[in-house]
Every structure is written in C-alpha cells, then in structure tokens.
Ligand binder design. Structure first.
Ligand SMILES: [Fe+2]
Length: 418
C-alpha cells in the first residue's frame, strides 16, 4: 500500500468536493437573489421603489449568506476563509506569487521521472516492496544502493555520458574540472536571448530598489524566459556533471552592471560551506551573458585553478591575487565551480551589461531561495520534469512526509553516487 499516494489522492478528492460545494452554494445564492428580486412582481406588475429596494437587499443577503456557507465549509476544512469560489481548482487553492500560501493549497501530481538510470529501477523496486509490505525486499534494495561506489570527482557517469556527447560538452567538462570555469555556447536562438535581456531590464525597472537584482521568486513565475534558462537541457547536462544527478536549483538572480558600478570583491560562491571544501563540487553558477563580456564591459574575472585549493581566499589573497576576465560573446553562458575564486572587473564603457545568474547545488544541500508550494506547482506545470527536479520534488529532503516518501528517499541515496 502506497500510503503517501493514497493520502495525496484523498486530499485532492476532499479539495475538489469543497470547491464543488462552494460553487453550488454560489449558484443557489444567485438563484435565490433572482427569485427574491422577482417576488414583488408576482402580485403587482409595477411595485413601489421601497418594495423593490427591500427585495434587492433581501436577495443580496441570500446570495452573501449562501456564498458564506460555502466559504465556511472551506474554513472548517482548511482554516482558510474565502467568500467567493473560483472556477479554476488551481486559482481556488493557490497562494500568491509573493510567497503567501493558502493552507488549502493542494499539489497536482508530479510529472513521471523519465530521465532514468539503472538505479531508478531499484528505486521502483523499493517503492513496490514497501507497498506490498515486503520489508526484506526493501532492505535488500537499500543495502544495494548504499553500497554502490560513487563516481570519482571530475568524472562523467555512465548515465550522463550520452547527454554530454549529444550536446558536445566534453571540452566544457574538462575546463570546468581543470580550470574551474568554462564558457558554454549555442544554448538558445538569438530571439530567446532578446527575450531574456528584455525580461531582465523589465524586472529591473519594475523593482529599481533591488540593488542585487531581482530574485527567482519574482522572476521565474513572471518571465518564462528566465525559467527556461534554469531548465535549459544543455546547461542541465553540464550541471549534472558538476553537482551530481538530481541536483537542485539554489538561486536565480538578474543583475545589470553599468559604468563605474562597485566590484563585488574576490570570493568563492560556496562560501557558507565548511572548509576544506569536499573533493566533489557542491555549487555551480551559470551566468547567462545577454551582452558581450569584454575586459572593458565589467565581466566576471576568475583565478584559474583556484578551485583545487578547496577554500575561500584569505585576507592577504583578497587584496593581492590577480584574476583574468572571462571573455565571451553575448548569447553565451559563463559557468564556474563553487570553489573558484572570482570577482568582477570595473565597467569602463557606457551602456549596460545584463546577466542572469542561475545557481545549482547538490540535492542534499539547502537552497538559497525557496518558493511557496503553489508557486512551485505553477512552475512545474509550465516547465515539467526538469523544473520538478530543480525544485527538489523528486527527493525526500525538506518534505512534510520525510522518509515516508520512499521513492524520494531511495532516489536521494542512488543519485548521491553519480
Ligand atoms: Fe560569486
């Protein structure tokens, strides 16, 4: 028996029943309103104004009372009152884009995991064992998964290798591992880059106070081009090489750099992790360059090979270490390892440089940004399986069900090895 699925199905049945009841109440209210308003005309073809006004008020009270009855049932079930129902299930239960969440929100089913490796068959077996009460079978799968050796750092897993070949990313994998950074080209057509740049500029003009740029919770639901960057298949293949199977999204942020803007200073991105950093990378940043990265344009600068030091720069090194600019054409992605020391150069020319930073992290890490469940669901509905992975929906961590999400638990063990 899959109790999590049964529970989810049951929640959806209850949620739909509450919405249907609320709609019926509203329909009855409208009929009552029409009926009460027409009553004065039954005995008198031209009733007086006072009679009509009384009938109108009484009709409106009937409508309000009826809607409130439906809203009251919603409140009784979810502790969340709403006077009027919505025709759409999603609208009725969704929170808003600012992170407010109705307690009544019910998640739609997850897209099936189609991007599978052989270890996914073991994950399925574990779920079936638990469903049929075969605990020995479950234990056997658990033992096999935990005993699997991990892919050595810097190597490409068997499961990933076909996608690395398909996208021609072999050189990028080498550069990322050996130098700590690389530039990825040919990821999207020119019209896509125009849309992305327009979205970044529009977001900046809508929120001029956001000094560090706009964040993913604001950008992704509003601007499809931004969410499409996060789930770009070529970039996701490279990210899987760097931060492992089942990796998740940590942060999405846009930024605009103008002449004379302050430099950020030498640092590495995974700076909140304990030192020395592990041999496997934990964090990867993809910087979508909507404008040329030339030395004068204020590009990101890096210390090649610094990822191997597995620590952030010390105080002396911050002031004295030379960096080199990442140079690339508009329409490329500059990508760096979470341990790579980097900075940015001063922009000395007019105009502006718009970029989108998308950061990915290993599935067991906490994200920099989290989104309300209803916002996640909307993104998953729009962008499917890759987005569900990026939002951590296929693993068991940080979920109300915890280890009772058996597939998610097993998948986390399996994917941590590749
Ligand atoms: Fe950084």
């Amino acid at each position: 028996m899959d109790f999590v699925k049964i529970f989810e199905d049951w929640r959806r049945v209850v949620a739909r029943s509450v919405l249907v009841f609320h709609l019926v109440c509203a329909a009855v209210g409208v009929l009552a309103l029409l009926g009460v308003i027409s009553t004065p005309f039954m005995g008198d073809p031209s009733p007086g104004g006072a009679t009509l006004a009384t009938a109108a008020i009484a009709g409106l009270l009937c409508l309000l009372g009826s809607c409130a009855l439906g809203g009251g049932v919603r409140y009784a079930v979810y502790g969340d009152f709403r006077l009027l129902p919505s025709r759409s299930f999603r609208d009725y239960y969704a929170g808003d884009d600012d992170g407010g969440e109705g307690t009544a929100h019910v998640a739609p089913p997850l897209p099936a995991r189609t991007q599978r490796g052989p270890d996914d068959d073991l994950v399925d077996r574990a779920r079936e064992s638990v469903s049929s009460g075969d605990l020995d079978g479950f234990q056997d799968v658990f033992n096999r998964l935990q005993a699997r050796p991990a892919i050595p750092a810097g190597e490409i897993s068997e499961e990933l290798a076909p996608r690395i070949r398909e996208f021609g990313l072999e050189r990028n994998c080498c550069e990322l591992w050996e130098q700590g950074y690389t530039v990825v080209e040919d990821v999207a057509p020119p019209e896509y880059w125009r849309d992305l740049r327009a979205a970044i500029l529009k977001a900046a003009s809508a929120d001029p106070g956001a000094r560090a740029g706009s964040m993913g919770s604001t950008l992704m639901p509003k601007y499809p081009a931004v969410a499409e960057a996060a789930v770009n298949p070529k970039m996701m293949a490279l990210a899987e090489f760097s931060v492992g199977a089942g990796f998740i999204l940590s942060n999405v942020a846009s930024s605009i750099r103008r002449k004379g803007d302050r430099n950020i200073g030498l640092h590495c991105d995974q700076v909140w992790h304990p030192v020395p950093f592990p041999e496997h990378n934990l964090f990867l940043t993809a910087c979508w360059a909507c404008d040329d990265f030339t030395p004068e344009a204020g590009p990101t600068t890096v210390v090649p090979g610094s990822a191997a030091r597995r620590r952030p720069p010390n105080l002396d090194e911050i002031g004295s270490t030379a960096t080199v600019p990442i140079e690339c054409k508009a329409g490329s992605i500059a990508v760096w390892d979470g341990r790579t020391w980097h900075d940015n150069a001063t922009r000395t020319i007019d105009g502006e440089r718009a970029v989108l930073h998308v950061s990915y992290t290993r599935l067991m890490m906490r994200q920099m940004e989290v989104y309300a469940r209803s916002v996640q669901d909307r993104l998953v509905e729009r962008h499917g399986e890759p987005m569900a992975q990026l939002l951590g929906r296929y693993d068991f961590l940080a979920k109300p069900e915890g280890k009772a999400y058996v597939d998610g638990f097993m998948r986390a063990i399996a994917y941590s090895r590749r």
